[in-house]
Write a protein that binds this ligand. Structure first.
Ligand code: PMP
Length: 351
């Protein structure tokens, strides 16, 4: 607490990200990064952009990048927004669309940043419980709300909501913005981007951090009706008109130019996830059905916190959530096959 803080600052409970140890000897399976490097074309493009033009401001409209992302999905550029990672876009969306006079709805057990943004923007919230199997209960998202946000797949449960349930949610909420956070969609889900032309209230948020191995570059996108994209641009231009820097713009454009690499690395992550799921189950764990680049696992007789600590002692970092309902689970990001072999070997010693 400081006397220089505003009442807002004093009231905040900021998000605590997963540990980023300086010590590189850890096998790092705690923040859902991609184990494979970005496409070599991305690195080349960033190197080429590291030139004298860095003295100039970047393009405030992110035109080249927005065109590349729009072409990728077959959308007009007016329906695409780019930002510094999807976290920034989510922050803009909370400010742009959610009504403080009513309650913002999101699942109880979800990406913990949503609570933080709601607090920052003075929004009331109502958390809609997951069912016994950790499924998002779409029919419980009633329409008397100030907005809806759901990650698909959900985090940290890794489970996917089928597109017809998202459609039902949109039908039921025609007067509020519905944000679908698709950070993990490329690992086995079907994107709701294809519903945008039917639903002007739908905003789909994506990121290059996970399936495109670019968490360090900080690039995300939103796709939606022109009115929603204009809303995001109003917030952005009232905050920081130069959101993406020149290096990020160059690297992100190049990432859309190497589809083969993207498909290959994504397929590898999915194949490893399926193998690891089978292996942990054979060790006595249960696992949710993951469509993400992580698995969510629990052992019936060994406390998750203890497993977390014992893995850490063996040099493997995973994520433990000290919160009701999920404190018997661990979230384990999918690494390379060698990294996951080391995880399985360590779990074999522990379980
Ligand atoms: N949404 C979800 C559900 C996430 O898990 C994450 C990653 N922590 C993000 C958004 C943010 O990703 P980024 O800002 O790197 O795009």
């Amino acid at each position: 607490m400081s006397k220089f803080w505003s009442p807002l600052t004093a009231s905040l409970v900021p998000y605590v990200p997963g540990e980023q140890p300086k010590d590189k000897t850890y096998i790092k399976l705690n923040t859902n990064e991609n184990p494979y490097p970005p496409s070599p074309k991305v690195i080349d493009a960033i190197k080429a952009a590291a030139n004298a033009d860095l003295r100039l401001y970047p393009d405030p409209t992110c035109e080249g990048l927005i065109q590349a992302a729009a072409a990728y999905y077959g959308l007009p550029a007016q329906q695409v927004f780019a930002g510094n990672g999807s976290d920034e876009i989510l922050a803009f969306a909370f400010a742009a669309f959610f009504d403080p006079a009513k309650k913002l709805l999101f699942p109880d057990i979800t990406y913990s940043f949503y609570k933080v943004y709601a607090k920052l923007y003075g929004l009331q919230t109502e958390l809609i419980p997951l069912d016994e199997q950790f499924n998002v209960q779409v029919d419980r998202f009633h329409s008397d709300n100030g907005g809806v946000i759901i990650p698909n797949p959900n985090a940290p449960t890794a489970q996917l909501l089928p597109l017809d349930e998202i459609r039902a949610l949109l039908e039921n909420n025609p007067n509020q913005a519905v944000v679908i956070d698709e950070a993990y969609i490329d690992f086995g889900g079907e994107s709701a981007v294809q519903l945008i032309s039917e639903y002007p209230n739908l905003l789909v948020v994506q990121t290059l951090s996970k399936s495109r191995s670019l968490a360090g570059l900080r690039v995300g996108f939103a796709f939606g009706s022109e009115e929603l994209i204009e809303g995001l641009n109003r917030i952005k231009n009232s905050f920081n008109s130069y959101t993406l820097d020149r290096l990020a713009l160059a690297g992100a454009v190049a990432s859309f130019e190497d589809e083969a690499y993207f498909r290959e690395t994504t397929a590898k992550v999915i194949a490893t996830r399926e193998r690891v799921t089978e292996q942990v189950i054979s060790l006595g764990f249960k696992a949710t059905e993951s469509k993400a680049n992580f698995v969510f696992i629990s052992h019936p007789s060994i406390a998750a916190k203890g497993i977390f600590q014992q893995l850490r002692d063996r040099g493997v970092l995973v994520r433990y959530f000290d919160q009701p309902r999920i404190n018997e689970y661990l979230r384990v990001s999918i690494g390379t096959d060698e990294e996951m072999d080391a995880l399985i070997a360590a779990l074999r010693e522990i379980a």
